[in-house]
Design a protein around this ligand. Structure first.
Ligand code: SAJ
Length: 439
């Protein structure tokens, strides 16, 4: 007999499919709430690492949490699915390889097929992966085709045997454990009954408010959140290019504009990275290509910003042919060791290749340089070495450790600051050229 989800005394057996940046922290938090969790992953080394109580990704406090729940026998990992009461699918939804930014939902389909094989009456299946609108219904149809012995929601007039819902994660890398627990959640059921079943499950470990809706609205909500941020960052990046052309300090302009009670401009940077904000807006575009000029333009502005930075850094280096160069940061944003889809990494690699043998990289969160730096002669050096030996500093990531470098240690350097971390940097280098550029 299956456990009654939401009943405080009976802990449902949970299976989390996909043990990546979202799946593993989610599995660990559910396990901490007392439910036995099986984490499923296709990669044997990931499974082995977790079963040793270790982790294969970096995230604040995740190591201790996973070690604790594995030791207590609440979390174990496997490549083989087993029956459970609740299935949480957290697999990647990358772009298809068609070059058109269309979503590839094949990992969701594969996960749903696996789940269908062990599904029983009373189970709840929840999709968390960022997905194009309609994916949860598609998943339902796929499972229904594989399990004609079960009644599926929306396909029967009787009470369905299983519940299916979409519940996107909205956690910020670097704050995942805290946000998994405290953020509000949108829970979209295929039917209201499905939403209530999923709600009862999330209430076991989420402290934020859980709001129920339908699956398609929840799918769109997730995409909209990230597209909203992308559009707003694009506005800041566009401003930075305009300010650069006009000889204005964009940071000063934004700081002043944000004193208006209804203005809150985000921060320019070298572009937008990570696996979410630069990807998810395209899922909306793919669903309505004729009606998304703004979302598409924002993507273009943010991608173009990387090339603008490369162009300006190139001009600066060409003006200082003797300068030794340090690029500060490779991560896609501050204080994390995630280098996936990072504009900083893209810019630094281009510069390192163009000025082979002259470029050093400072990235306190990296053990070694990524593969694209091979044959560029670039070295990974520490911040102190860079401050001692390099004349031209290109700030690409606003890591805290960079922010606190005092002016005394950078005066006399040529600085190109894409993140605005050193507002006090003087406007002149040792040869007297105006060098602190606006973007
Ligand atoms: N960035 C800027 N300027 C800013 C803010 C961000 O250039 O003012 C850049 C960052 O440097 C980075 C990129 O944007 O390259 C994305 O960083 P982020 O901190 O905005 O977001 P992510 O990708 O770490 O996480 C986002 C979050 N979504 C929103 O804030 C709407 C997170 O809540 C989501 O859970 C996550 O995407 C996801 O998994 O979808």
């Amino acid at each position: 007999m299956s456990a009654k989800i939401g009943n405080g005394d009976v802990k449902p057996q949970v299976c989390v499919v996909g043990l990546g940046y979202i799946g593993l922290p989610t599995a660990a938090i559910i396990a901490r709430s007392g439910s036995p969790v099986l984490g499923l992953d296709v990669t044997q080394s990931v499974v082995d690492t977790i079963n040793r109580g270790e982790i294969h990704i970096e995230e604040v406090d995740l190591d201790g949490l996973v070690q604790g729940v594995v030791q207590r026998g609440l979390l174990r990992a496997s490549t083989q699915i087993e029956p459970a009461d609740v299935f949480v699918i957290a697999v990647p939804t990358p772009f298809a390889k068609d070059g058109h930014h269309t979503p590839d939902v094949s990992y969701v389909q594969a996960a749903a097929s696996e789940v269908a094989g062990v599904l029983k009456a009373g189970d709840v299946v929840i999709l968390e992966s960022t997905s194009p609108v309609g994916t949860t219904e598609m998943m339902r149809d796929l499972m229904a085709g594989l399990r004609p012995d079960l009644k599926f929601p929306g396909l029967t007039r009787e009470t369905p045997d299983v519940s299916i819902a979409y519940c996107p994660e909205r956690v910020l890398p670097g704050r995942i454990l805290e946000e998994l627990t405290n953020n509000d959640r949108s829970i979209g059921g295929i039917t209201p009954r499905c939403a209530r079943k999923a709600l009862a499950f999330y209430k076991r470990f989420v402290r934020g408010t859980c709001v129920t809706t339908d699956a398609r609205s929840a799918e769109m909500t997730k995409l909209v959140e990230n597209a909203y941020r992308d559009v707003n960052i694009a506005f800041a990046n566009e401003l930075s290019i305009v300010a650069d052309r006009m000889g204005l300090d964009v940071w000063e302009v934004i700081r002043l504009a944000n004193r208006h009670p209804r203005v809150n401009i985000l921060q320019p940077g070298p572009g937008v990275g990570g696996h979410c904000i630069a990807v998810d807006p395209w899922f909306i575009v793919a669903s309505a290509p004729e009606h998304t000029p703004l979302i598409r333009a924002a993507r273009g502005v943010n991608d173009q910003k990387m090339h603008h930075v490369i162009e300006r850094v190139t001009q600066l280096i060409d003006a200082h042919p003797e300068a030794r160069i340090a690029c500060l940061g490779l991560a896609f944003k501050a204080n994390i060791d995630d280098f996936r889809e990072s504009p900083a990494r893209f810019v630094a690699a281009r510069i390192a290749r163009k000025y082979a043998g002259r470029v050093n990289i400072v990235e306190p969160y990296a053990q070694a340089l990524p593969v694209e730096f091979t044959d560029t002669g670039a070295s990974l050096i520490d911040l102190d070495d860079a401050l001692e030996t390099c004349d031209l500093l290109v700030v690409l990531v606003d890591h805290d450790v960079f922010k606190v470098v005092p002016l005394a240690e950078r005066s006399g350097k040529v600085v190109y600051d894409t993140r605005g971390i050193w507002p006090d940097q003087p406007d002149a280098d040792t040869v007297g050229t105006a060098l602190r550029l606006a973007s």
